[in-house]
Ligand binder design. Sequence first.
Ligand SMILES: [Zn+2]
Length: 230
Amino acid sequence: MASEAPLPPRFFSLHDDLYGTHDTQFSDVEPVNLGEAPLCPKCGGVIGMMTWLPPYRVELELYGSALGDFVKGPGYQVLISERMAEAVRAEGLTGLLGFDPIEVVRVRRKRKGLKPADVPRYFVVTPCFGRGAVDLSRSLLRRNRPLTCPECRNPGVDTIHGFTLEPGTWQGEDVFRPRGLPGRIVVSERFFEWVQRRGLTNMKLIPTEEYVFDPGHLGPPAATTETPWE
Ligand SMILES: [Zn+2]
């Protein structure tokens, strides 16, 4: 008889919905205060961009026809609309930190059309660094430096042709930056379903196994060529 083993958890790479109906980005507005960049607790290497500090003042750049619920900008912090922030709390989703209010200084319309009548309130949030780690044997990555640290798994990569997380490393966060690919925001299946159910906008969710990042068109590596630290 077939056993009813639970399916392994699925994960999705979170992106803004470029060219979508709610395509929105932000840029920070002077004065911009930046703090330290996050460091790996084991090797001391930089694992992220410098932390954006108050005052949080932004210009929204609207490329779609209406402002989105999820808005990316120049750094590791992202903006979410008030309705999304309330929905995160109502659902008890974990992994987003901060929720500091921001000031929208102006909305710049990048395509023809009227300015949106209402600009929602936005909050700045930081996706946490999760314990979930990229599975070196089942991910197709090209690295631009050798793999030396088992904790941060050396973030720099040239290409990604799908990735998975090492079984047992994920600690249940709904939104997080995985060890090994801190430049990517990964979300849980629960988060994925919640986005569809709530109709939240400007989020594109790609199964991590299907996510491709290959700006130089190098193609996938012939095989997993990782040489781990062991
Ligand atoms: Zn490290």
